[in-house]
Design a protein around this ligand. Sequence first.
Ligand code: NAP
Ligand code: G4F
Length: 332
Amino acid sequence: MTARRALITGITGQDGSYLAEFLLQQGYAVVGMVRRASTEPFERIAHLRERITLKPADLLDQASLIHLVREVRPHEIYNLASQSFVPTSWEQAVLTAEFTAVGVTRLLEAIRLVDPGIRVYQASTSEIFGKAQEVPQHERTPFYPRSPYGVAKLYGHWITVNYRESYGLFACSGILFNHESPRRGKEFVSRKVTDGVARIKHGLATELKLGNLDARRDWGYAGDYVKAMWLMLQQESPDDYVIATGETHSVRELVQIAFARAGLNWRAHVVEDLALKRPAEVDLLQGDASKAKRVLGWQPEVGFRELIEMMVDADIERYAEALPGSGRSGGR
Ligand code: NAP
Ligand code: G4F
């Protein structure tokens, strides 16, 4: 029997790398869409390079998406590509809308034109709840995005629902709350903190500048969350799901756990920097994933403390390997 084919946009990102690993384990032939760069941004998928196929296309370019879908003819498409860093969305609001909002329509159009039977997953986000209208947030909670990123993602969410209702596409929108891992980009707060802790531990830095320590998020582990994406596309009918742990913690709690893991006192190193505060903040996210639990049989396995400690350990180890005299070489 020929393997099922999955196409992942954003395969070079955190989630793309975990999803590719997971789909390979399930026996899929995995194709990743990558955009052209003058250097190869393939660090997170280096260990998979021999087992996956990479194809060029861009969410900004309609024709490239049509050609790609026509060439690969996947059974499933996971649209993970986007400009995903919230602060950048104020600096590059129009570009964020082009990638993160209209890019979704371009991909859905390619699917509709080439093969409307392809199942598609859209990476939606808890940022669409923004100034949360209720706690915890679930699939019927009203949306109130607080950044150009959140607004663009809300467009991506609704256009996915609309193509399902207009054309009968098997299109699912996963409203995923924050999820992290040792592969998280260093600009996001969890990794910024665990990388900062590792640098301080190794004597490479003495302070860590952070913004709003009072913001609260529902943080889970990326490895758990990619399974939920796949489960959504295996159901009899398409639907939208909140994916979350159900717990909320402040940035301050995250910082305390991370520094304590390394035997450090966070108060001696963390400096609050007003410049890192956002023009409009999302104060409190806490998800209710009971629908995903009931319908998909999904639940998170890695808890908050375990996640942060895993990330601290990985970053400390990464610097230990890279530092001269360690007798070790290479990275994770
Ligand atoms: P990430 O690490 O920032 O990865 C983003 C990916 O998108 C990268 O592979 C990037 O490619 C690609 N990309 C950006 N613009 C593109 C374009 N114009 N054409 C093609 N590819 C493009 O993000 P992530 O954390 O894995 O998140 C995956 C998705 O889930 C994103 O859509 C994000 O917004 C969403 N999401 C994330 C979370 C979370 O907590 N992680 C929660 C909810 C939703 P390059 O390597 O070339 O830059
Ligand atoms: O880690 P963050 O940058 O993630 P944010 O803004 O919640 O967005 C992430 O999760 C979303 C899901 O809800 C995704 F859709 C999105 O793509 C991305 O993956 O910031 C988390 C919180 C914020 O309240 C921020 O103000 O941490 C606060 N924070 C405090 N100091 C900081 C910092 N955030 C960053 N990035 N850097 C700081 O120094």
